[in-house]
Design a binder for this molecule. Structure first.
Ligand code: 26V
Length: 813
C-alpha cells in the first residue's frame, strides 16, 4: 500500500483532500479515524479477495466457528499491527502532528459479547488468520452490543451501546448473499414409494443479511496476507411476507408488527451470562444464526460439486458452548429433507462435521429449552430432535438395561425440556473443556455418564489469548524490550518467550522492565485522574481484579479483605504497609441483584477509604466504570498483582489470568481453571496460591460439613468486616443496603466459601507485600511470569484445535 513513512503521509494527505475537501489542519480526530480505517479496509479488500480465491482453488478444509458472541473490541490498532504498518503509520501521523493513540480512541468497541466466551472467540479468529488457517467466524450483528455501564451514586446503571451510530468502517454488507430463515408453520408429511417426505407451510420468513468483516492475520515476514472472514448476520423483513399478509386480508398493524418482530432478532445481545432464561427471542437468535450460517456454509460447499458424503472432509463446524447447538438438527434436516439422505447416513455426516466446547459447569447457566417453545418456533427441527432423543435413549436402554436412572439422566428430551448440552454431546465427534482441571471435572463428575459412553470424544483444549493484541499492541514498550533482548522470533513462536528467563536477574533488563511497568502505571493513573479527578499513587502496588461480576468470582472476598486492611490501618496508624491501590472493573448482569450490590459495596468502600486522610497514602480503591476490551488494554499492562480468586472448581479456565501474567503481573489465586496450569510452570516462587482445592469444595457440596457461622464467630477480623456490612456509619449509610450480601454469608452459609478462604487469602496478601518490598526479587518473579506466558498464546490453543479436532492445515505455509 505504501513503502515507507513519506509515501504514507502523501497518500494519507491526498485522501484527506479528496475525501473530505478540507485542509489537514481542519480535520478532526474523527475525520482522521475515518480516512485511515477506509484506506486500510480498501487495501485489505484486495488481499481479502486474493485469500478467498486461493481458498477456493486449493479446496482446503474450512472451519466455521459458530458463536453467539464475538467480543472483538477496536480494530484499527490491531489491523495496523497485523498488516505490519503500525510503526510507519504512527510515526507518519506524528510528523503531521497527529497522535495515533488519540485516533484509536475514536473507534467504538465492537462489544458483541459478554465476557470470556466472546473474547475467546475473538482471540481465536486472530490466531486462525495469523497462523494461516482457513477458519471463519459466524455470528450475529447485534445493533446494540453489551450495555454501557455508568456508575451513579455507586450503583450500576445500564445504557444502550449504540456502537453502530457512526457506522462500522470494517464491515461490508453483502446483500447478494442474503438467505431466508423460516420460523413456525405446520409440517406436512407425504408418503411416496414407501418414503416419507416433509415440508413446512405457513411459516414466517425473514432475511438474514451478512455483513463481512475481514480478519487480518499477522503478516510478519510472509509474502502474502492471510485474511479470513467474520460473517455477522442481520435480520431484515421479507417484503413478500408483508405483501402476502396484506393480500390475505392482514392489516397495516400486522405488517408493522411483523417488521418490528423481525428486526428485534438481531437487535441486542443478551447481557446475562450467569443465569439461563428460556426467552423466546434468544431461541430465535440461536436458530437464526444456525440456519443462516449453515446455508452459507453449504452454498460455499456446493461450489466444490462434491457429494455430501465428503462434507466432514471439507468442512468443520465448531459450536462455542451450546448456544449454536441447533446446527445439529438443522444439518440433519437439510441432509434428509433437501439432499435426500436417510437417517443413518445424515447422522453420521452430522456427527463427523460438528464439534463442541463446554465453557461452564455452573448448572444455572446450562441451557434447557422448553420442548413446546422449540416445537412452535421450528416444528420440523423439533421433530428431528425428538427422533434423535428416541434413538439415543433406545441405544442407552440396550446398553444399560438395568439402569433406567442413568438413561433418564442422559436423555436429551426429559420432562418436556431439551437439554442442549446432551444434544451437543450426542451430535458431535469432539467435546472439549477449556482447561485441564475443567476437563477433568467434566469427565469425572458433571458429564461422567457421557464420558463413560464416549470416552474418545472428550478432550482438553486449554484456553489462550492472542499475544498480538494483549502484549504487542497493549504493551508496545515491553514488546520492544523483549525483542531487543532475544530477537523477534518469539512473535511467531510465543513459547520462545522463555528466552527472557536468562535475563530474569539481569540488572539492566530488570531496570528497563521496571521502568516500563512504571510508565504503564502512570498512563493508567492519568486516565483515572482525568476521568474521576482523583490522584493515584503510582508508587503503590496496583492490585487488579477485572472480569464480569459473579458471586463465584468473589469480588466480594476481595473487597471484604480491603475493609479488613482499612480497619487494620485505622486501629494501628503506625502500621507499616506497602501502599496499595485496588482496582476493579466489572459489569453485572442487569437483573443480578447480589452482583449489583457488590458493585455498590466496592464503590461505598472506595468512597470511605479514598476520602480518609488517615489512610490516604496507603490504601486506595477504584472501581473503573464500563470495563470493556479497550479499557482492559489500558489496565492490564499497568497491573502488579492479578486477582484470580474464584471458588475452586467454578471458573472453567479464565483468560484474564493469562493476559495479566503475560504483562508481568503476579497472580494471587486459587487452584482453579487455568491457574492450575500457570502454577505448574511457575510454582510457589512466582505465584501466590491460597484457599480450598476443587476437590475440597466439591466434597463440601456433596457431604456438607461447612459452617460459615463458626468462622464468623471465631475470627474477630472476619466478624468485624461482616458486621460492618450492616452497621450504619461504618461503610454503609444504613443497615439494609448490604443486607443481602450479609445474609448470603450467614443465612445462606456462604455458598462460595469466602469466609473459609479469607484467612489464607489475607495471608497471601501479607506475602505479596513482603515480596514487593524486595524489588529485585519481585522483578525476577515478574519476568518469570512473562517468560512462561507463551503457553497461553491462543496460537498454541488453535494449533491444537486444528490438528486434534478440526484436522486442518495452514494454507500455503
Ligand atoms: C450463558 C448465557 C446464558 C444465556 C444468555 C447469554 C449467555 C451468554 C453466555 C453464557 C455462557 C457463559 C459461559 C462462559 O462465559 N464461560 C467462560 O468461558 C471462558 C472461555 O472459555 C472461560 O475462560 C471462563 O472461565 C468461563 O466462565
Amino acid at each position: 500500500m505504501f513503502k515507507n513513512k513519506e509515501e504514507f503521509k502523501q497518500i494519507f494527505q491526498n485522501n484527506v483532500v479528496s475525501k473530505l475537501g478540507k485542509p489537514l489542519d481542519e480535520v478532526s480526530n474523527e475525520d482522521v479515524y475515518t480516512i485511515l480505517s477506509r484506506m486500510l479496509r480498501e487495501f485489505a479488500g484486495r488481499e481479502w479477495a486474493a485469500t478467498n480465491r486461493e481458498l477456493r482453488q486449493d479446496q482446503e478444509k474450512q472451519v466455521y466457528y459458530l458463536s453467539l458472541e464475538f467480543l472483538i473490541g477496536r480494530l484499527l490498532g490491531n489491523n495496523l499491527l497485523n498488516m505490519g504498518m503500525l510503526k510507519t503509520v504512527k510515526e507518519g501521523l506524528e510528523d503531521l502532528g497527529i497522535s495515533l493513540g488519540e485516533i484509536e480512541e475514536e473507534e467504538a468497541d465492537a462489544g458483541l459479547g459478554n465476557g470470556g466466551l466472546g473474547r475467546l472467540a475473538a482471540c481465536f479468529l486472530d490466531s486462525l488468520a495469523s497462523l494461516g488457517y482457513a477458519g471463519h467466524g459466524c455470528g450475529i450483528r447485534y445493533q446494540y452490543g453489551l450495555f454501557e455501564q455508568k456508575i451513579v451514586d455507586g450503583n450500576q446503571v445500564e445504557l444502550p451501546d449504540d456502537w453502530l451510530q457512526k457506522g462500522f468502517e470494517w464491515e461490508v454488507r453483502r446483500a447478494d448473499r442474503k438467505v431466508e430463515v423460516r420460523f413456525g408453520g405446520q409440517v406436512e408429511t407425504r408418503e411416496e414409494d414407501g418414503e416419507l417426505y416433509f415440508s413446512t407451510r405457513d411459516y414466517e420468513a425473514v432475511w438474514a443479511v451478512p455483513y463481512d468483516v475481514p480478519v487480518i492475520g499477522y503478516k510478519g515476514s510472509n509474502p502474502d496476507y492471510h485474511i479470513n472472514t467474520l460473517r455477522l448476520w442481520s435480520a431484515e423483513p421479507v417484503r413478500e411476507m408483508a405483501n402476502r399478509n396484506m393480500a390475505s386480508g392482514g392489516n397495516y398493524y400486522n405488517y408493522l408488527n411483523y417488521n418490528r418482530s423481525v428486526e428485534s432478532i438481531s437487535e441486542f445481545l443478551y447481557p446475562d451470562d450467569s443465569h439461563y432464561e428460556g426467552r423466546l427471542l434468544r431461541l430465535k437468535q440461536q436458530y437464526f444464526l444456525c440456519s443462516a450460517g449453515l446455508q452459507s456454509i453449504l452454498r460455499t460447499y456446493d461450489k466444490l460439486n462434491l457429494s455430501y458424503d465428503h462434507l466432514p472432509d471439507q468442512i468443520a463446524i465448531h459450536i462455542n458452548d451450546t448456544h449454536p447447538t441447533l446446527v445439529i438438527p438443522e444439518l440433519m434436516r437439510i441432509l434428509m429433507d433437501e439432499k435426500g439422505y436417510g437417517w443413518d447416513a445424515a447422522w453420521d455426516i452430522t456427527c463427523r462435521t460438528v464439534s463442541y466446547t463446554n465453557h461452564t459447569i455452573l448448572s444455572e447457566a446450562l441451557e434447557r429449552w422448553p420442548a413446546q417453545m422449540i416445537r412452535e418456533l421450528m416444528p420440523r427441527v423439533y421433530m428431528i430432535i425428538d427422533e434423535i432423543n428416541t434413538r439415543f435413549c433406545k441405544m442407552l436402554m440396550d446398553k444399560y438395561p438395568d439402569d433406567p436412572d442413568r438413561v433418564a439422566h442422559m436423555a436429551i428430551v426429559y420432562d418436556d425440556q431439551v437439554k442442549m448440552a446432551h444434544l451437543a454431546i450426542a451430535g458431535s465427534h469432539s467435546i472439549n473443556g477449556v482447561a485441564a482441571l475443567h476437563t477433568d471435572i467434566l469427565k469425572e463428575r458433571e458429564m461422567r455418564n457421557f464420558y463413560e459412553l464416549y470416552p474418545q470424544r472428550f478432550n482438553n483444549k486449554t484456553n489462550g489469548i492472542t499475544h498480538r493484541r494483549w502484549l504487542m499492541h497493549a504493551n508496545p514498550e515491553l514488546c520492544d524490550l523483549i525483542s531487543d533482548s532475544i530477537g523477534s522470533r518469539w512473535i511467531t513462536h510465543p513459547q520462545e518467550l522463555v528466552g527472557i528467563l536468562k535475563y530474569s536477574e539481569d540488572a539492566a533488563f530488570q531496570e528497563k522492565a521496571a521502568a516500563i511497568k512504571q510508565h504503564n502505571k502512570q498512563h493508567l493513573a492519568s486516565y483515572i485522574e482525568q476521568k474521576y479527578g482523583t490522584v493515584v499513587n503510582t508508587e503503590s502496588i496496583f492490585d487488579v481484579q477485572v472480569k464480569r461480576l459473579h458471586a463465584y468470582k468473589r469480588q466480594f472476598l476481595n473487597i471484604l479483605h480491603v475493609m479488613y486492611l482499612y480497619n487494620q490501618l485505622k486501629s494501628m496508624p503506625s502500621h507499616d504497609m506497602v501502599p496499595r491501590t485496588f482496582i476493579f472493573g466489572a459489569k453485572a448482569a442487569p437483573g443480578y441483584y447480589l452482583a449489583k450490590s457488590t458493585i455498590k459495596l466496592i464503590n461505598t468502600v472506595a468512597n470511605v477509604v479514598n476520602n480518609d486522610p488517615d489512610v490516604k497514602d496507603k490504601l486506595n480503591v477504584f472501581f473503573l466504570e464500563n470495563y470493556s476490551v479497550s479499557l482492559a488494554e489500558k489496565i492490564i499492562p499497568a497491573a502488579d498483582v492479578s486477582e484470580q480468586i474464584s471458588t475452586a472448581s467454578k471458573e472453567a479456565s479464565g483468560t484474564g489470568n493469562m493476559k495479566l501474567m503475560m504483562n508481568g503481573a503476579l497472580t494471587i489465586g486459587t487452584m482453579d481453571g487455568a491457574n492450575v496450569e500457570m502454577y505448574e510452570m511457575l510454582g510457589d516462587a512466582n505465584m501466590f496460591m491460597f484457599g480450598l482445592t476443587a476437590d475440597q469444595v466439591m466434597n463440601y457440596y456433596q457431604h456438607g460439613g461447612y459452617n460459615a457461622r463458626d468462622i464468623y464467630n471465631s475470627d474477630p477480623r472476619i466478624k468485624e468486616v461482616v458486621d460492618q456490612l450492616v452497621t450504619p456509619g461504618a461503610f454503609a449509610q444504613n443497615s439494609y443496603e448490604f443486607d443481602s450480601l450479609y445474609r448470603s454469608l450467614l443465612d445462606g452459609n456462604d455458598e462460595y466459601f469466602m469466609l473459609k478462604d479469607f484467612d489464607s487469602y489475607a495471608e497471601s496478601h501479607v506475602q505479596i507485600e513482603a515480596a514487593y518490598r524486595n524489588q529485585k526479587d519481585w522483578l525476577k518473579r515478574s519476568i518469570h511470569n512473562i517468560a512462561h506466558s507463551g503457553k497461553f498464546s491462543s496460537d498454541r490453543t488453535i494449533g491444537q484445535y486444528a490438528s486434534e479436532i478440526w484436522k486442518i492445515h495452514p494454507v500455503n505455509k
